[in-house]
Design a protein around this ligand. Sequence first.
Ligand SMILES: Nc1ncnc2c1ncn2[C@@H]1O[C@H](COP(=O)(O)OP(=O)(O)OP(=O)(O)O)[C@@H](O)[C@H]1O
Length: 579
Amino acid sequence: MRFAAGEGLAASLTVLVRDVSAYAGRKGIRAGVLVLSGAMLEGIGLALIAPMLAVLFGGSNGNGRLQRVSAMLFDWTGLTTLPARLALLLGVFVVAMIVRAVVLMARDATLAELRIGFVEQQRCRVAEDLAAASWSKVVRLRHARVIQVMSGDIQQIGVAAFFLTQCLTSVVMLAAQCVLALWLSLPLALLSFVLLIASGLALFPTMRRANALGKVFTNASQILLHGTSQFLGGLKLAVSQNLQSGYLAEFRATIAEQSEQQIRYLRQQTASRLVIATVSAVVGALLVLAGLTVFHVAPAMLVALLLVVARMSGPSGQIQQGAQMLANALPAYDAVRSLRHDLEDGAMPIVAADDAQPVSGEIRFDQVTFAHPQDGGGEAHGVHDLTLTIAPGTCLGIKGASGAGKTTFADLLAGLYPPQSGTITVDGEPLGAMLGRWRNSIAYVAQDPFLFYDTIRRNLAWADPSADESRMWQALDLVEASGFIRALPAGLDTVVGERGTLISGGERQRIALARAVLRRAKLLILDEATNALDPATETAILDRLRTLDPRPTLVIIAHRPDSLNGCDRVLTMSDGQLA
Ligand SMILES: Nc1ncnc2c1ncn2[C@@H]1O[C@H](COP(=O)(O)OP(=O)(O)OP(=O)(O)O)[C@@H](O)[C@H]1O
């Protein structure tokens, strides 16, 4: 996915057209044929107007070829009376219009299918990129950016795709009407084109302005989302220290700026509509005058041409409006491409959970170094030259000062980071070569366990969807959580709130531990996963975890020395190394 920040309007448009065409494939060809057929049928309908008027009012229809075709048709059918000839032409006209309506129906359905499919493809691709992205990239992502891309920006891509197809359809319609106008009367048609093209060029700069406004909207929406999620995340702090007014002021300022831009944009759109309507009226008036006085065109032909030119203002207006809306929606596509581009580097293939057989065996770190990339290029921290072996089924304790590198070690062990130098092997096989299988084999309870905004039951089932209620209670018993859950009025069906905020920190940790136990993992990593529990409960839970059968390898990271009392071995980390 190539993306260059600050790409111009033309480059963004080219990429969108290329991506939509690549997605459309055969369906795109079908849509193209339907668009073309619709335009041709409309042309046939319009071309019939001049002969009908000539039949009605007498005289020539003003076009030699058209005159010959209608004369041939009347001879062939043997129709001589005015009503019969008019009925014939009306019949052909009605048939052409019915066929056109059916073709347009099929065209619109195909285009809608294409648009919806393209938007869903983009949504899925972002989701896949996120799931495959390297952990270093994911931890640096601004959540508001991702949410904005997945909701507002993707929605805007639907808008962009809609106006792109609308513009392309209108271009084909306009081209068909141009051909028809040229056929009816060359000089008059040329005159009308010159006037229409002049009006088109005059409106071109508005596209650039619409694009600039689109960029402002995309940024402002991200700022609003970010502000709101920050506010909600730190709500306790904000409310307890009366910081809401700052958040509200920022919110109001962003909204005010956005509304101002929006009003300016709508004014521009109304002005361009006014220009289109005025130009169409002027073109019509000039055509009648020039047709009668300069080119001496037959009245029937003049009326037919006027109708064709009037019909042209429909697609040309749609092109003008559509181009502006398209230019306005393009920055959203740029935002999606930019996110995908940022996630690309270091992405790992996703392995379906069912395809990956669990793995166990001796874990070996050999001279492993990993330094976190620092924004602004500051001093890198992480772990250095780490060498250790963890035998299967043992319980390893890790302690050390804050920032010593314990979580980085756990993340390396979980395969979230690839070592920058040195190797990590499991049973002699490099971890990087069996990540899917390895992640199927482990359960990791992090410092700040994540619970979904859902019931306790569904939070537990996430670890193992096949786990029945009795297995859930067994796991909850083991981590001393069944007591407080049974006391809740809704029991397992209690909703825990956003990130589990409706229950206590210790309760949250115990549900996260039960979820880990349900995975029946070969390796259980607990990174300060019991630090919110009272010492007695913590000791009881850790003792029980060590008696699990089959016994998993346990890696327990903790600050309190008592938490590591039952471990087979305790290592101390300092400055990213084993002390
Ligand atoms: N994503 C990151 N980007 C940049 N630096 C990071 C990142 N994660 C950790 N660090 C830095 O790496 C060092 C080790 O962090 P780590 O989280 O491994 O320490 P820790 O021993 O687990 O600390 P604590 O006991 O406070 O949880 C710290 O200096 C930390 O600031």
